[in-house]
Write a protein that binds this ligand. Structure first.
Ligand SMILES: *Cc1c(COP(=O)(O)O)cnc(C)c1O
Length: 392
């Protein structure tokens, strides 16, 4: 099966990264894999299945529907919804056995009203120790949890906080957050409230702040082989995703002619220009216009002119024999050459996470394990016979 643009997901690399993470946190700490945004663009159902087979205990999504998608694909481990949920979502949260984050008493009362004491719904409480995105303010945390624990039909399974600066050099802010979070947990224990799961660490905290592991960690990026900052990847994680396309046209362009929208690039020499079948509609960012490189025949070819929705142009004047059908690597390896995700992120003035999240639904995900294709997931436009999309 050939595609004009596709993304390859290396399941062996993903499992390797889970094992690395496990070795960093030890056997006594649970691991919740953050699998929001379709597993950072890698495809949540298959990533979930591989991760669960490899010692991941829980999954973390951002929305109700991400949770439902995982349940529909047969995932049975606990699923925590990390973002605040709406009261209108409560019935489905219960129906699909998802664990909401609670940081609002009105929501908690509505939840309590919808459940029974016989079958309480599990919740986690988020405490804001510095992110100020969601969560209960620290100075209201004890009172909030007291109130919550009085409500019937609710079991407070966990308490957590989130770090805004773990990937930066300055440890002071994070260290203070860890300490205040620990104090709060101690104060709760003193009142007889021992909440089973206590967690804080994202990927960068897992590697940089062992004190922040508590008894559960929440890695996302590191399982996909990337960090918000490239410098933290000193522990031998393997990149999981690569993004590829093909040459669909090769043409001569004479000196002085311009290419693509806006005529932003003009050739100072007679050139050979190749058209690659991926554009910003696939997730090849328009920020790469006149800036980035793609790999073809094991060499770097500069992107010329504006990236368009469907097609990107590269200058292949110096690369002999480039032909229609040739494989192009947008990021990943080709022979001995490599364009890493961090490099693409830098060209786009963003972080690696946004690059993989941005790979669109137009792009089939091809899953590779033990050197062979074990599944292809296409979301748009492909009419694949069902047996080409094995579900297990
Ligand atoms: C996204 C997210 C994480 C994971 O962060 P990484 O840097 O990808 O490890 C952990 N916790 C929460 C609350 C998140 O939103």
């Amino acid at each position: 099966m050939e595609f004009a643009a596709w993304s390859e997901i290396d399941i062996d690399a993903l499992k390797h990264n889970v094992r690395k993470t496990r070795s960093l946190v030890g056997q006594d700490v649970k691991i919740l894999l953050t699998i929001k945004a379709d597993a950072y663009g890698h495809g949540a159902p298959r990533v979930a299945r591989a991760a669960v087979s490899e010692s991941i205990d829980m999954l973390g999504v951002a929305t109700l529907h991400e949770g439902i998608e995982l349940r529909c694909s047969g995932i049975e481990v606990p699923i925590l919804i990390l973002s605040p949920s709406l009261i209108s979502e409560i019935d489905e949260i219960i129906e699909w056995d998802l664990t909401p984050t609670v940081s609002d008493l009105r929501f908690a009362r509505a939840l309590s009203f919808s459940t029974s004491a016989k079958q309480p719904v599990k919740v986690h409480v988020e405490i804001d120790t510095g992110m100020a995105r969601a969560g209960v303010n620290e100075d209201e945390a004890l009172e909030f949890i007291d109130n919550l624990s009085q409500l019937g039909g609710i079991m407070i399974e966990g308490i957590y906080t989130h770090f805004p600066t773990t990937y930066l050099e300055d440890p002071e802010f994070t260290t203070a957050q860890v300490e205040r979070f620990r104090n709060l947990i101690d104060q709760l224990s003193a009142r007889g409230l021992n909440l089973p799961l206590r967690h804080a660490a994202n990927s960068a905290a897992i590697t940089q702040y062992p004190d922040s592991h508590f008894n559960l960690v929440r890695p996302g990026g590191m399982i996909y082989g990337m960090f918000p900052q490239p410098d933290f990847n000193g522990i031998g994680l393997r990149p999981v995703m690569s993004f590829k396309s093909r040459i669909v046209n090769v043409k001569r362009v004479e000196k002085g002619r311009s290419v693509s929208y806006g005529r932003t690039y003009r050739f100072g020499h007679d050139a050979i220009v190749a058209a690659v079948a991926a554009g910003y509609g696939h997730g090849l960012s328009r920020a790469l216009s006149n800036k980035g490189y793609l790999l073809v025949r094991g060499r770097r070819a500069p992107i010329v002119g504006m990236v368009t929705m469907d097609v990107t142009l590269i200058d292949v004047t110096d690369i002999p024999d480039v032909a229609v059908g040739d494989e192009v690597v947008i990021f990943g390896r080709q022979g001995d050459a490599e364009i890493g995700i961090y490099e693409v992120a830098k060209w786009c003035d963003t972080i690696a996470y946004e690059v993989t999240c941005g790979i669109g639904k137009r792009v089939p995900r091809v899953y590779i394990e033990n050197g062979r294709v074990t599944g292809i997931v296409t979301l748009v436009g492909e009419r694949l016979p069902k047996e080409r999309i094995p579900l297990s």
